[in-house]
Design a protein around this ligand. Sequence first.
Ligand code: ADP
Ligand code: MG
Length: 325
Amino acid sequence: MGEFSIIDRYFKNIGKSRQEIIEGPGDDAAVVRMGNAEWTICADTMVSGVHFFDSQDAFDVGFKCLAVNLSDTIAMGATPVWAILCLTHPDGNEDWIGRFSDGFHELAEKSAVSLIGGDTTSGPLTVSVTVGGQLYGPPVLRSGAGVGDIIFLSNTVGDAAVGLKIAQGEYEASEMDRKACLEKLNRPNPDLSYVSPLCKFASAAIDISDGLLADLGHILTASGGVGAKLDLSTIPMSHAAKNYLTSNGQASENWQTILSGGDDYILCFCVPRNQIENLETQFPNIQLFRIGEIVEQTGIEVQNASAGLILSQRTGFDHFTKNEL
Ligand code: ADP
Ligand code: MG
């Protein structure tokens, strides 16, 4: 989010404004017209010691650096087609690069993406991936949410953030929960089956990389300063995340891990009320977790049906007014 204002200040409107550029910086991906087709293009960088542990299995790094870009591409309603990989490695260790390439390959194969080029250099371990995706309809932007739209998630939230707590030794989980959360953290699984439903029915979408509240906040801001009302009891969570939540009496910090922890790489999208029945009928096999609605009043209010107001983003995430959920 802080990053976002730097982008606004320094990286918007650079260079010539061209008619081929439909969307520049600011959404999950840029949108570019090439011939008669429109394409999304996005890039993400992962730095050793920042975005993954120095000791991380290179397979996971290869898998995840592609996954995070697929996630942005899908959130635009585009089908990922190609990837460019820029790898900076300290010494070109082939064991590491081999494992890395296996991880990248597994997801590229599964998602039918072709690696078309890149760069390999020597230096501090850093991986940067660019993905191009084809649009078969108008792009789904962050800016289209309207008052009354229903807000959905495509999957459970919080597992990756709990996984990070586990990996950092801050939370001791059962073996089963540990495995489940680390899997979500290390190998996020962007779901291509959402491309068509988003294209057809979503008024706005974003993928959750910085936490549900922050990323939903981007939709609200981009959509002209609307707000959101969420019902805490409808937030989809795995057993592992629920176990974490109750591990120290549902302290507000635990809720913050779930709602603001990030690295989920699932979708948050809005659908106009009058389209929901069509969405459910035409795409009966996708998971739709309804978590709230877009409202006029700015900010995010998280409520619980029985406990009343729990937190208001307007007063900051640490201002939980009630903890007993
Ligand atoms: P996401 O979490 O969806 O990957 P980011 O927070 O990384 O999004 O980026 C938000 C937007 O800012 C994107 O549209 C991205 O292209 C743009 N952006 C980020 N860094 C730069 C940069 N250095 N120059 C130009 N645009 C940038
Ligand atoms: Mg994104």
